[in-house]
Design a protein around this ligand. Structure first.
Ligand code: ZN
Ligand code: ZN
Length: 349
């Protein structure tokens, strides 16, 4: 296959290859049969089980304390809450719309199974924000928050970076652009959500908006599996198509990650700044650069930000909220639902 050629996945394809060892992430001859018995990508069975165990329903989380807290948030907290929610709605919406575009070119059916489940979960996330907004504020406030990117240039700029990467694949249907879209997903799942998540967790540790933080913890748990999926997809693609990962491409991917980190830090400073009790701009910078290192080294490359290789001590509380392994006893067992019965979360990122 030429270095950059990409073929559209066939649909009904009785002549497709059923031989597992011939299965390929891209450029394969798939039958599209949902075969759970013969899988090439061994992580998929664990991933599938985890994703199914993670099933949750936004309305099962009680927001009555949040209804009382929201009007009492100080101005900086309310502004940050609204803007971060607006950004998260955008991210989950564009994920929902874009994931099927990736799936059209993935010729390993078991990977498409995962992408479809991910798409479903992104829908649930978008709906959870609607539930939060409908519960805590008026319809006018809600609509203002949903479409803030139309009036806030910072928010628009943020959405443009990821939106343009995804858009480029609408016109350039080639392997290099697909890889960049996969990297865009990885950055979105692994870096972009985080200053938002940490803000909600910080509110919760200050005793405010506990229901919102719980919603976010469920979302965070799903996003961890999405990160796991795309990390593995990128690594598998590198095994199968090593010529795609030339020095120029690796440099481009690295630059994308660094731009994602820069944007996340600038955004964190803009929405959170120095006005939120419990968070400072330095904490945001340190944490996001640490995440940048974690994501890039998880792909097998050298750390980018020197001295930021370890989780900053003053941010250790974030994992108490975001790490499902640590919270399942006090958090997941504390709610009365039969769904969240997952055992240890496989999270080796
Ligand atoms: Zn999501
Ligand atoms: Zn996601």
């Amino acid at each position: 296959m030429s270095k950059n050629k990409l073929i559209h996945k066939p649909l009904f394809n009785p002549e497709g290859d059923t031989e597992v060892r011939n299965r390929r992430l891209i450029g394969g001859n798939t039958t599209n049969l949902n075969d759970f018995n013969n899988m090439k990508y061994s992580f998929v069975s664990d991933w599938y089980r985890q994703a199914m165990n993670n099933f949750w329903i936004p309305e099962e989380i009680n927001l009555s304390q949040d209804v009382k807290d929201y009007p009492k948030l100080d101005e900086a907290e309310r502004k940050a809450y609204d803007k971060i929610l607006s950004f998260l709605v955008f991210l989950d919406s564009i994920q929902t719309a874009n994931l099927p575009c990736i799936g059209e070119y993935i010729t390993a059916n078991e990977i498409n199974l995962c992408l479809n489940i991910q798409t479903f979960q992104e829908c649930v996330h978008s709906q959870s924000y609607s539930y939060m907004l409908d519960t805590i504020c008026s319809p006018e406030e809600r609509n203002e928050i949903l479409y803030q990117w139309k009036t806030d240039e910072h928010l628009l700029k943020r959405n443009e970076f990821i939106g343009n990467i995804y858009n480029s694949f609408q016109t350039n249907k080639d392997a290099r652009t697909l890889l960049k879209v996969m990297m865009g997903n990885y950055i979105l799942e692994g870096i972009y959500f985080y200053s938002g998540f940490m803000f909600f967790y910080n509110l919760a540790r200050n005793g405010k908006m506990p229901g919102s933080a719980q919603e976010i913890r469920y979302i965070n748990r799903d996003e961890n599996t999405h990160l796991w999926l795309f990390r593995n997809m990128i690594r598998e693609l590198r095994e199968e198509e090593p010529e795609l990962f030339d020095n120029e491409m690796i440099e481009e991917l690295r630059e994308m990650l660094m731009e994602g980190v820069r944007q996340e830090i600038a955004w964190g400073h803009y929405v959170i700044g120095n006005d939120i009790s419990g968070l400072t701009p330095k904490m945001i910078t340190d944490y996001i650069e640490y995440l940048g290192n974690l994501r890039w080294t998880s792909l097998g490359y050298e750390a980018i930000y020197k001295g930021k290789e370890k989780e900053p001590q003053d941010m250790a509380w974030v994992s108490n909220y975001s790490n499902a392994n640590m919270v399942k006893t006090d958090f997941f067992e504390a709610k009365s639902t039969a769904y969240a019965k997952s055992t240890a979360l496989v999270d080796d990122l």
